[in-house]
Design a protein around this ligand. Sequence first.
Ligand code: C2O
Ligand code: CU
Ligand code: CU
Length: 548
Amino acid sequence: MENDEFMNRRGFLRLAGLGTTALLTGDLMAGASPGVPCLSGGGFYSGRSGVVSDLELALRAVETNVPLLSGETTRVWSYQGEVLRGDLASLQTIQAQSRRYPTRSASNLSFQAPPRPAPQPYTYLGPIIRARKGQRIRINFTNLLPEATVIHWHGLHVPPEMDAHPRYLVAPGQSYVYEFDVANRAGTYWFHPHPDGRTARQVYNGLAGLFIVSDEEENVAGLPSGSYDIPLIIQDRVIDANNQFVYQTGGMMDNLIGFLGDHILVNGRPDFTLTVFRRPYRLRLLNGSNSRVYKLAWNDGAPLTVIATDGGLLEASAQRSYVMLAPGERVELWADFSDRPTDSLIELRSLEFPGMGTMGGGQPLQNGAPFKVMNVRVIGRRQEKAPLPAKLSSISWHRLDDAINAATPRSFSASMGMMRWLLNGRSFEMNNVAENEIVRLNTTEVWELNNVLGSGMMGGMSMIHPLHIHGLQFQVIERQIASQQAAAWESVRNGYVDEGWKDTVMLMPGERVKLLLRFEDFTGLYVYHCHNLEHEDGGMMRNYLIRA
Ligand code: C2O
Ligand code: CU
Ligand code: CU
């Protein structure tokens, strides 16, 4: 897609205010055409250029209540959607198959007797948007929350106006039309709010959904599909005695560390049990937590078979005894339960690792502490076993030879200053870029990210930072660790999956990574930031500008 084409398509930005004027930034208002059909009018429109979207959805952010634990319902914020045009199967609810209310204890398998009639399985998460590569999608978003928000399509290659730079805020009661061509390859992408300073709280309240892209190559691979293709969103929460989510950001240390909850939720449910048949599954894991990093493994030591990362399928599967999954990252597993005995129970666990870096931490369940993530219950008779294809996809990698700065990578350091997390010593500024943050369209670059090792209060402290770059997928081409941190690194490094496209990369304290990226199709202002959402909100985010 040419950038010019997108500039001309500014007219597509329908700011159909519900009766009033949309409160948006000047340049967007200038692009809005007056008198466009109102969203609430219910009609379809094909845009000025006459291009009809293949898929048109309505998406609302609302405040609502869900039955989460026995007793009071839980107040949450949630995305709700409906298909206005296109395949009805493009919108799905996330499987939250708890048929019963779990007890409050997160650690045992006993359940309370189900109330009659059994409550509807329900989750605050979702929906799942399913799109095909090449489709044009239009999402008529309405903000019914009491505060401003903006939706970010994490991992998707979309123009800046669609990418939720925090300056494109949608005020309460207002609407915004996100419209873009699905350019990404098949994979598990996601969407969540992105307002400056409010992202962590909004995600915590429940706002997150999946954006699953399929394509022809994936069809050919013949992976488990339909009800054998299961998204699993992992999050953590603190839940009070009245079943309400508690978001405490009390002390300065809490803000520096980020939010850590002691209840582990999968697909929005505590004590999640996934029931599977004796056959292979495709499991799509997203770490949708604010700050928690998971070191995922089966409790019996069986290896994990990884088939995809943030940006879609690997070329061939990769075996790991455990997988590191930092906030924002996705990993897909091919999990074969055919040789498991009927009625057996397996646990997906998070193993112990040094997760606090040189920070202290008084949280009830620290980053790096071990716990159970979910149960898998195997039922039924052994089914015909479809083998895992040897070749999953073919990837046309960026070439290091094409990089304009291979010898002198553009460098970014994550460090602490004045008790804040910074990128190259700077905090987020809404409209500014530094010289080092301006790149050219159609160039390939090497970026070096460095998680600077601090040495105590005055020398600064250090912890894990999952760094995320908007608007593109990159390759991780090298990792290095400071010698003092070698032992800590040993306990996580075999869980990195750098064999595929990534948009978020985890760095341990003292770790350096080199990335290969290419800036294509769109010019304008994007952000890069730490996906520890409390770090992001605290200013650990910066703009970068792609110039023609
Ligand atoms: Cu998922 Cu800018 O983030
Ligand atoms: Cu993103
Ligand atoms: Cu961080």
